[in-house]
Design a protein around this ligand. Structure first.
Ligand code: SF4
Length: 330
């Protein structure tokens, strides 16, 4: 992945806050959950950006907000040079064709009462991109692209295995010929034996069609295989972004180091020497975020200033940014 590749998606100071209300008839806002709290990063055309963090850190909310499936509180999202953050639903329609999502749970994301041909052709018919006479051919092409036998297009989701159902979900997201796909933990609900097949399929499709991915996962070992760059998220903020090789060989943020210590090494000799660093305590509630560094309540290296001063994301090295008071800019 070259640094000079064109930026397709630019996220600048994204905030997504959800109000906490009290009362049944007259709802009064008493607090807010800052699920995403000032996130900035960019995704280059044709690359896979991994987004990693524990559940509840705001990564799925970030992915959905980028696609404008959620209202954003503040910040801008630029897609292929167009600021889409304030577009109305109608104005978003042409953009919807260009960006799609693959969901975590293939069991829950497919309508059990729809046959595969209906599931895959629905978005095409809704956007009037084909008429009914063309849908069999188009669905047949899409099923072949994701490794499914088109002869099964009249079957229902329950007649397929978990991996096949995820392939149906992928075919549906490809139907509109998108350029950018948010993959929200697409293998988390699948058997380990199937996970590699889905990752390989996503990589093959990226090569063939030139797709750009934001790949969300809770574990660094999953994004390792597919990502060009990786952003590590904690409690609504990005704490480190780097090329995959730099992140794995020289992690800088204490949280990234802890996540990496849980990733098995491919070489049995180094795997035997691997020391796992255990994370202390639970991720704090986004309702009660620490005042300074969000990781200060669990960080083994916390300094007195960490409790009060929020560390900003600063560039450490070429394409390597980190938000930690311990790390000095280069
Ligand atoms: Fe730890 Fe302080 Fe760095 Fe936060 S800023 S990760 S608390 S050392």
């Amino acid at each position: 992945m070259r640094n000079d590749m064109r930026t397709l998606v630019e996220i600048d100071n994204l905030h997504v806050h959800f109000p906490v209300t009290q009362g049944i008839i007259f709802k009064k806002k008493i607090n807010e959950v800052k699920a995403v709290d000032g996130v900035s990063f960019s995704i280059r055309q044709g690359e896979t950006m991994g987004l990693v963090g524990e559940s509840g850190c705001g990564k799925t909310t970030t992915g959905r907000a980028i696609l404008r499936l959620l209202d954003i509180t503040d910040g801008t999202i630029t897609f292929d040079g167009t600021d889409i953050s304030k577009l109305s639903k109608k104005e978003m329609l042409p953009m919807r064709l260009r960006m799609q999502m693959i969901f975590q749970d293939p069991y829950a994301s497919l309508n059990p009462r729809q046959s595969v041909i209906d599931i895959i052709s629905d978005p095409l018919l809704a956007h009037r991109l084909i008429d009914r006479s063309e849908r069999k051919d188009r669905v047949s092409d899409l099923m072949s692209m994701v490794g499914l036998d088109p002869r099964f297009m009249n079957r229902f989701p329950h007649e397929f295995s978990g991996g096949q159902r995820q392939r149906i979900g992928i075919a549906r997201s490809l139907a509109l010929n998108p350029e950018f796909i948010v993959c929200d933990e697409p293998i988390a609900a699948l058997d380990v034996s199937i996970q590699a097949q889905i990752i390989n399929l996503l990589q093959d499709l990226q090569e063939k069609i030139g797709l750009t991915y934001l790949f969300i996962a809770h574990d660094l070992s999953v994004v390792r295989h597919i990502s060009d760059r990786i952003a590590v998220m904690y409690l609504g903020v990005i704490v480190e972004i780097a090329k995959k090789s730099a992140l794995f060989s020289n992690p800088l943020h204490p949280y990234t180091k802890i996540l990496l210590s849980a990733v098995p090494k491919p070489d049995p000799k180094t795997e035997r020497q691997r020391k796992r660093i255990m994370l202390k305590g639970e991720i704090p509630s986004p309702l009660h975020k620490p005042k300074g560094c969000p990781f200060s309540t669990r960080c083994p290296y916390a300094l007195p200033r960490c409790k009060d001063e929020l560390p900003l994301l600063r560039t450490f090295d070429d394409d390597h940014q980190v938000a930690c008071h311990l790390i000095k800019e280069s």
